[in-house]
Design a protein around this ligand. Structure first.
Ligand SMILES: C[S@@+](CC[C@H](N)C(=O)[O-])C[C@H]1O[C@@H](n2cnc3c(N)ncnc32)[C@H](O)[C@@H]1O
Length: 322
């Protein structure tokens, strides 16, 4: 919030509204006069956030959740859109909005992991689904049925950084010849088998990396981030060239990532903006959670926050790493 510095009257985007924690904090600061546009691929999280934010601004001010290309005029302080942030530029342009700040808090929400029916977790049994947007396929089960053994091994190695990727993919290929792999407990047991006696030596569950890799593949999470960063770059270039843009001068961009591949993409994209003179970077290194925060919220352990300020820093004062 220090980096984003939302001010009354400004237009902010929370590209990953989730359960509305950041959205609520931002909305408080842009009021009066400002507005928040919240996106999520997950319809259930959007619905939850609508109720949560109604507690802040009143139910009458919370409009129905909009489809991506819906552009009904809205004067209220909040708009919630069921969309992939890969299409953020389109979503803003269709609504004739330009952003003073954008936050993307990547990945999945705790509730995804905690709900066995969504298929993200190896704790508890459920269908092997893992889709953030349940309107669109394929599910994790469908992906495991359709990819070749080599493709599965590659996904688990690259996206999950799993050293035993080949052995796990081999096991998957063998098992699926006899039975479709359709539940989370089936996949978890199969990965444990592939680990064999090595399972006991690992601090985390042997299926942790495989589940993460599959989830990233199912939702093409790296592809969405690539599109978001490319569209931000285009919008910043348009702004600098004096063309119409959905970024306002001085817009603050903040991305929180939980995966080294994502963090690398953000780091390079922001460094490129800075090198082209389109943005300044207030922190040399990513901001990470301190010991006290990790103790309070263990899932913050791997979070890395990177910030860029379009067209240079606003307000003059350099930001302090909290
Ligand atoms: C870490 S949670 C966000 C938590 C949120 N900041 C809060 O305070 O509750 C990530 C959210 O981003 C959503 N998400 C992930 N990838 C997305 C994408 N490409 N486009 C839109 N939403 C996405 C997920 O559905 C999930 O709800």
């Amino acid at each position: 919030m220090t980096a984003l510095a939302p001010r009354p009257g400004e237009t902010f985007v929370d590209a990953t509204v989730g359960r509305g924690g950041h959205a609520e904090a931002i909305l408080r600061q842009v009021l009066p006069g400002g507005r928040l546009l919240g996106l999520d691929r997950d319809a259930e999280n959007l619905a939850f956030s609508a109720v949560r934010l109604a507690g802040l601004i009143g139910a009458a001010e919370v409009p129905p959740i909009e489809p991506r290309n819906g552009s009904a005029p809205a004067a209220g302080p909040l708009r919630l859109v069921h969309a992939d942030f890969a299409r953020l530029g389109e979503v803003l342009a269709a609504r004739d909005l330009a952003a003073d700040g954008i936050l993307a808090d990547l990945g999945i929400a705790s509730t995804h992991v905690d709900d066995p029916t969504r298929g993200f977790s190896f704790r508890g049994d459920g269908p092997l689904d893992m889709r953030l947007d349940r309107r669109q396929g394929p599910t994790a089960a469908e992906l495991l049925a359709s990819l070749s053994e080599t493709e599965i091994a590659r996904a688990i190695r690259v996206l999950g950084e799993e050293p035993l990727a080949s052995a796990i993919a081999r096991k998957i290929a063998r098992v699926r010849e006899a039975t479709p792999i359709s539940t989370t407990s089936q996949l978890a047991a199969l990965v444990r088998d592939a680990y064999g006696s090595r399972a006991g030596r690992s601090r985390m569950h042997p299926a942790t990396r495989t589940f993460m890799a599959l989830r990233i593949a199912v939702n093409d999470e790296l592809g969405s981030l690539r599109s978001l960063l490319a569209s931000i770059s285009d919008a910043a270039a348009s702004l600098a060239a004096g063309r119409s843009s959905w970024l306002r001068p001085g817009a603050r961009l903040a991305v929180i990532s939980f995966h080294s591949l994502e963090d690398r993409m953000v780091k390079h994209a922001f460094a490129d903006l800075a090198a082209r003179g389109l943005a300044s970077l207030p922190f040399r290194r990513p901001v990470e959670a301190g010991e006290e925060e990790v103790a309070r919220n263990p899932r913050s352990r791997s979070a890395k926050l990177r910030v860029a300020m379009v067209g240079g820093a606003v307000g003059g004062a350099p930001l302090q790493v909290p």
